[in-house]
Design a protein around this ligand. Structure first.
Ligand code: ATP
Length: 516
C-alpha cells in the first residue's frame, strides 16, 4: 500500500480542480465528492470512451437512460429490499460501528478456537493414543463449549428469522461482547440497515409512497428489456448499455472516490440464448480487458479475480482488478447472471419477459452476461496510473515536475495554445490558432506567467500538447508542439495542427485502435 502516494493524488486532484469534497465550505459530506472543472471533463471523456465503445462499435448494443427512481417493487423483485440489509450497532465510547451479526460470529469463532486449543493440548498429552472422536464427545470442556456455540447459533438464527433487534442487543450483552477498540460494552440499540437510500414520492407519506434511490443501474435495463426488444427490433444476442448515478449508503466509506455513497455506474446487460453463457462470458471478459489495455496503461497493473463463491443464480463471475495505490482492487465486474433477473421481474410484474426465437420457433427467457464498471473508480484508476513526479533540469537546476500522464484522448484539455511572450503580435496569432482548434478539441489559451510555468501547469492537469507561438511563427506560420511526456518539441506548420492532433488525441483514434 502506497499511502503517501494516495494522499498526494488526493491533494493534487483537489488543487488542480479534479475532485472536491462535497459542500466543502460546510466541511464536506462523508463519502460524497464533487468533480471540478478538470474532473468533470475527464469523467465526461471516460464516459464517452465507454459509451462509444459499447454502442458504436457493436451494432447489436444500444444505450438507454432510465430514471433513478423506479417502482418500489423492482427492488423487491431484484432482492435488494430483503438482501441489502445489515444489522448495525455502535459502540458509544469508540463511536465505531459494527455489523451486529459479525460481532456474534467473531464471538463464536473465539469459542471455536478454545475448542481447538483443548484438542491440541490433548493431542500432545495422549500422543499416538489420541482418539479425536472420543475426545470431543467426552471431554467436559469441549462439550460445554460446543453447547455454548449451539445455543448462540440457535439464538442468532431465531433473531435473524424474526428480525428481533432487541434480541440482537440482548444477545450481544449476554455474551459480554466488548468493542475491540474501546474495550467497553457500552452499545447502542441494534438497527436494521438497508444500503438503499429511501425517500417519499408525492405528498402522501405512507408505506406505499416509499421509493428508493437506485443502488445499481442494471435494474433500469431489465425493466426496459421488452421495450427495447420491441422498439429496437433486436435479435438475440443483443445488449443494452446505460450510464448513470447509483446510491449506496455504504457503512464503511473511506478511500476517497473508491467507495462513495453517490457514484456513477456504466453497465451493459447482454441478452443471450440459454446454453451460450460460457462463450459470451469469455467473450466479454476478453473484450473488457482489451478496452482497459487499449488506454496504454501498464498492463501488469491489471488482473482478473475469478469469484469462487457465486451468488446462487450466477454461473460465473470475475472482477477486473487494478493495482491502485491502495492495492489490487475491483474496478469492474463481469457476471453471468442466468435468467434470474428477468424471471424475477416476470414473476413480480406478471408480464412475460421472453424472446421468441424465429429459427427454432421457441420462446425462452434470455440469459444475461453483465459488465459493470464504476465510472468514479475508473477515474481513480486513470489518476493513479497518470500521477508522476519527475526530476527535471530547469535553467541549470533540477526541480520536481508533477505530470499527469492521462491517456491523451481522455485528457480534460487536449491542447494549450501559448504565445511565448505577451507582445509583438504573438497573442493575436495564438488567439487565431485557438479559435480554429476550439471546434474540434478542448483547448486552453494562456498568456500569463513565464512559458516554463505555463508548461508545468499544463503538465499538472495532463494536457498532452502545448502549442507555442513564437516570433518565427509570424515569419513562416510554424509553431512548436510540445509533448507532455517527453517534453520534446517539434516544429510544425499551423495548417497541419488539426490533422496531427486528430490523430494523436481524439477518441476516434482510440476507438479505431480498439477495433483493430
Ligand atoms: P465492492 O465489492 O467494491 O463493494 P460491488 O461488488 O458491490 O463492489 P457491484 O455491485 O458489482 O460492486 O458494482 C459494480 C461496480 O460499481 C464496481 O465494480 C465498482 O466499480 C462500482 N461501485 C460499486 N460500489 C461503489 C461505491 N460505493 N463507490 C464507487 N463505485 C462503486
Amino acid at each position: 500500500m502506497q499511502e503517501e502516494l494516495f494522499k498526494k493524488i488526493i491533494a493534487h486532484a483537489k488543487e488542480y480542480g479534479f475532485v472536491f469534497p462535497s459542500s466543502e465550505i460546510y466541511d464536506g459530506l462523508s463519502a460524497v465528492y464533487d468533480y471540478g472543472q478538470n474532473g468533470a471533463a475527464l469523467k465526461f471523456n471516460i464516459r464517452e470512451y465507454w459509451w462509444k465503445a459499447m454502442t458504436m462499435l457493436h451494432d447489436n448494443i444500444v444505450g438507454i437512460d432510465a430514471a433513478i427512481f423506479m417502482h418500489p417493487t423492482v427492488w423487491k423483485a431484484s432482492g435488494h429490499v430483503s438482501a441489502f440489509n445489515d444489522p448495525l450497532i455502535d459502540n458509544k465510547d469508540s463511536k465505531k460501528r459494527y455489523r451486529a451479526d459479525a460481532l456474534v460470529e467473531e464471538h463464536i469463532q473465539k469459542i471455536e478456537s478454545k475448542i481447538e486449543k483443548e484438542i491440541e493440548k490433548a493431542r500432545k498429552r495422549f500422543g499416538e493414543a489420541f482418539n479425536y472422536e472420543q475426545f470431543v464427545n467426552t471431554n467436559s470442556k469441549v462439550i460445554e463449549y460446543r453447547s455454548q456455540i449451539n445455543t448462540i447459533k440457535a439464538r442468532l438464527a431465531e433473531i435473524q428469522n424474526n428480525n428481533d433487534l432487541h434480541g440482537f442487543k440482548k444477545l450481544i450483552e449476554d455474551l459480554e461482547i466488548a468493542c475491540p477498540v474501546s474495550g467497553t460494552r457500552n452499545w447502542t440499540d441494534v438497527r436494521q440497515f438497508n444500503l438503499m437510500f429511501e425517500t417519499k414520492l408525492g405528498s402522501v407519506s405512507d408505506e406505499s409512497s416509499t421509493i428508493y434511490l437506485r443502488p445499481e443501474t442494471a435494474q433500469g435495463i431489465f425493466v426496459n428489456y421488452l421495450n427495447v426488444l420491441k422498439t429496437g427490433r433486436m435479435r438475440i444476442p443483443f445488449g443494452i448499455a446505460q450510464v448513470g448515478k447509483a446510491f449506496r449508503n455504504e457503512i464503511v466509506a473511506r478511500q476517497f472516490i473508491f467507495r462513495m455513497r453517490e457514484f456513477e455506474q456504466m453497465e451493459m446487460q447482454f441478452f443471450i440464448k440459454p446454453g451460450e453463457e460460457n462463450h459470451w462470458f469469455e467473450y466479454w471478459k476478453t473484450l473488457r480487458m482489451k478496452w482497459h489495455k487499449n488506454l496504454g496503461i501498464d498492463p501488469s497493473k491489471y488482473r482478473f479475480h475469478d469469484h469462487e463463491k457465486l451468488a446462487h443464480y450466477a454461473t460465473a463471475a470475475t472482477d477486473i482488478e487494478f493495482n491502485f495505490p491502495i492495492g489490487f482492487k475491483e474496478v469492474e465486474g463481469i457476471h453471468s447472471r442466468t435468467d434470474f433477473d428477468l424471471k424475477q421481474h416476470q414473476e413480480y410484474s406478471g408480464k412475460k419477459l421472453q424472446y421468441f426465437d424465429n429459427d427454432t420457433n421457441t420462446s425462452y427467457v434470455p440469459y444475461v452476461i453483465e459488465t459493470s464498471i464504476g465510472l468514479d473508480r475508473m477515474f481513480l484508476l486513470i489518476l493513479s496510473a497518470a500521477y508522476k513526479e519527475e526530476e527535471v533540469a530547469s535553467e541549470g537546476k533540477t526541480e520536481t515536475r508533477v505530470v499527469l500522464q492521462i491517456p491523451p484522448a481522455l485528457a480534460p484539455i487536449k491542447v494549450a495554445v501559448l504565445p511565448l511572450v505577451k507582445k509583438d503580435g504573438l497573442p493575436e496569432k495564438a488567439q487565431q490558432i485557438f479559435k480554429e482548434l476550439k471546434y474540434s478539441f478542448a483547448c486552453e489559451y494562456e498568456d500569463k506567467d513565464s512559458i516554463g510555468r505555463r508548461y508545468r501547469r499544463q503538465d499538472a492537469i495532463g494536457t498532452p500538447y502545448c502549442i507555442t507561438v513564437d516570433h518565427q511563427t509570424l515569419e513562416d506560420n510554424t509553431v512548436t508542439l510540445r509533448d507532455r511526456d517527453t517534453m520534446q518539441q517539434e516544429r510544425v506548420n499551423v495548417n497541419q495542427l488539426l490533422d496531427i492532433l486528430n490523430h494523436r488525441v481524439s477518441i476516434t483514434t482510440l476507438l479505431q485502435k480498439l477495433d483493430e
